[in-house]
Design a protein around this ligand. Structure first.
Ligand SMILES: [Fe+2]
Length: 320
């Protein structure tokens, strides 16, 4: 395996590794790189759905297996994994090429969707929409993704660069959020939005966040109706201006088979193209999985010390 830093360390690319060769040892290496680097790129990998799923399941426990509703070949939404015993081991599926997937796709066949998030805007968001959610996401370019891109904002780089004064202003400050796909995914088809709204939740997170190895960044998910609880009237705008700078972003231009893994506590991402003619045929495969946010209570529940935040007893008790 070789590691190359992209855009001054905003992401890391792993070369000379084939996901078909994943084993416990290489999975441990990649998982550690991901915890440290926040955004990890693997170029032009095997696209076999069972192989990709097997690779991710070695990195972390897969969370969205019950949304693997689609046939990867036809795009038909014909599987209901929730009716099964649970996560279907990729090796137990008869044909590795037809292993069910969650597709990000716009195309409709006979009036039916062939994926999620197919159209509309996909503005800055994190997949961690609450402290118990999965904190890892993987996207793989399946077809017609050339010339399209996703941009990641690595907030560990933001935090590293932040003047002490701004760090102090963020310290022990939390924000309230409301899961708002209607804001960051404006233009979603009604049926998907309605399904997502069943997850509607409010939650609170410290602005300063750490993952399980102590990598520190900022969770400032402005598109989830973010309200910073502070008397510092200028903090929202000052933090916004400091955080959303190009130098903390990595834009991934897809080639077929590319995989991007990211830590959803410490990064945000957005789709760069929303034009339907570009998205008409494009398909990505999406898997969510757990990196730091495991256990009961989860890492994020413990770190965000919810009793303290909920009781507003911020005086003496400091978070880890
Ligand atoms: Fe996303």
């Amino acid at each position: 395996m070789n590691f190359t830093s992209l855009n001054n360390g905003v992401a890391v690319q792993i070369d000379n590794f084939d996901i078909r060769d994943i084993n416990q040892q290489s999975a441990e290496v990649i998982k550690n790189v991901l915890k440290d680097a926040t955004v990890v790129v693997l170029k032009k990998q095997d696209r076999t759905p069972a192989t990709y799923t097997n690779f991710i399941s070695h990195i972390g426990r897969i969370a969205n297996w019950n949304q693997f509703n689609f046939d990867p070949i036809t795009g038909e939404e014909k599987y209901k994994p929730t009716d099964e015993d649970g996560f279907i081991e990729p090796n137990n599926w008869p044909n590795p090429n037809t292993y069910p997937v969650q597709r990000v796709a716009h195309k409709r066949i006979n009036g039916k969707r062939t994926g999620i998030f197919g159209s509309g805007i996909l503005d800055w968001h994190a997949n961690l929409n609450g402290p118990t959610r999965a904190d890892g996401v993987a996207l793989q370019g399946w077809t017609h993704c050339e010339g399209t891109s996703t941009t990641w904002l690595n907030t560990t780089k933001v935090y590293e660069d932040m003047p002490q004064d701004l760090k102090d202003r963020c310290n022990n400050v939390y924000a309230e959020y409301e899961y708002s796909p209607e804001v960051w995914a404006k233009g979603l088809p009604d049926n998907q939005l309605n399904k997502m709204m069943t997850n509607k939740s409010k939650y609170k997170m410290w602005l300063i966040q750490k993952n399980i190895i102590g990598k520190t960044g900022i969770y400032f998910y402005t598109n989830n109706r973010c309200k910073i609880i502070t008397n510092d009237d200028k903090l929202y705008n000052d933090l916004y201006k400091f955080m959303f700078q190009d130098k903390y972003m990595y834009q991934h231009m897809y080639e077929i088979g590319d995989i991007v893994l990211s830590d959803q506590i410490l990064s945000l991402h957005k789709r760069d193209q929303n034009d339907l003619s570009i998205l008409a045929e494009r398909v990505l495969h999406r898997i969510t999985f757990r990196i730091s946010n495991t256990g009961k209570p989860t890492w994020c529940q413990t770190y965000n010390n919810f009793d303290v935040i909920n009781n507003n007893e911020l005086g003496e008790t400091k978070h880890a």
